[in-house]
Design a binder for this molecule. Structure first.
Ligand SMILES: C[S@@+](CC[C@H](N)C(=O)[O-])C[C@H]1O[C@@H](n2cnc3c(N)ncnc32)[C@H](O)[C@@H]1O
Length: 175
């Protein structure tokens, strides 16, 4: 399954850490790329590149000027669009159906999400019906979708690997 994330309306000052963390969560939880709209932010792109260089993998961050066009194209190309929103259907009710999709675009908002995204999405999915965070919603969604696959995901390339250990920090140099 190929998974991408679309982060709407990035605001360079307010959302710097949140959008970076969203990218890091996408990368760690088996997504291939994060598109983002709003303010173009080279330092966000640089941060994720830096993590790839150190820890491997080919996770991409791609700026899109017109996110609605991306969503429409995604659907025309046979992909499915999952919009995460507290107003949607609880994930357990649609999880099996979503697992049948080959290509998924996970859409998350920042500031108010325009109503059109509720209409164009194939699925409006809630991770509880309480307000919280796009980072948490994405992590829970990807973990449930992939049934914990992220815990054993192998990254190729990069300079370091973590050696899991019960105490302390163990890193080995691999590149
Ligand atoms: C921090 S919220 C802000 C929402 C904003 N105040 C609004 O009025 O739309 C940002 C994003 O987190 C995600 N999110 C927050 N709570 C969620 C939930 N319970 N289930 C799914 N996604 C959620 C949604 O994608 C939402 O657009």
């Amino acid at each position: 399954m190929d998974i991408s994330i679309l982060r709407l309306s990035h605001r360079i000052i307010r959302d710097k850490r949140v959008t970076t963390h969203l990218g890091l969560v996408g990368r760690a939880f088996c997504a291939s790329r994060m598109y983002y709209s709003g303010d173009r932010d080279p330092s966000l792109e640089e941060k994720i590149r830096d993590v790839n260089e150190r820890f491997g993998g080919g996770f991409e961050v791609i700026y899109v000027k017109d996110p609605l066009r991306l969503v429409k194209r995604w659907r025309e190309d046979g992909g499915r669009v999952v919009h995460l929103t507290m107003y949607g259907i609880p994930l357990p009710d649609v999880l099996e159906e979503i697992r049948q999709c080959d290509k998924i675009l996970v859409v998350v908002g920042g500031e108010k999400v325009p109503p059109v995204y509720f209409e164009v999405a194939d699925y409006n999915v809630s991770i509880t019906n309480q307000p919280h965070s796009e980072i948490a919603a994405t992590a829970v969604f990807l973990d449930r979708l992939l049934g914990g696959k992220a815990f054993y995901q192998e990254f190729t390339g990069g300079k370091f690997r973590v050696v899991p250990s019960p105490r302390g920090k163990k890193l080995i140099r691999v590149g």
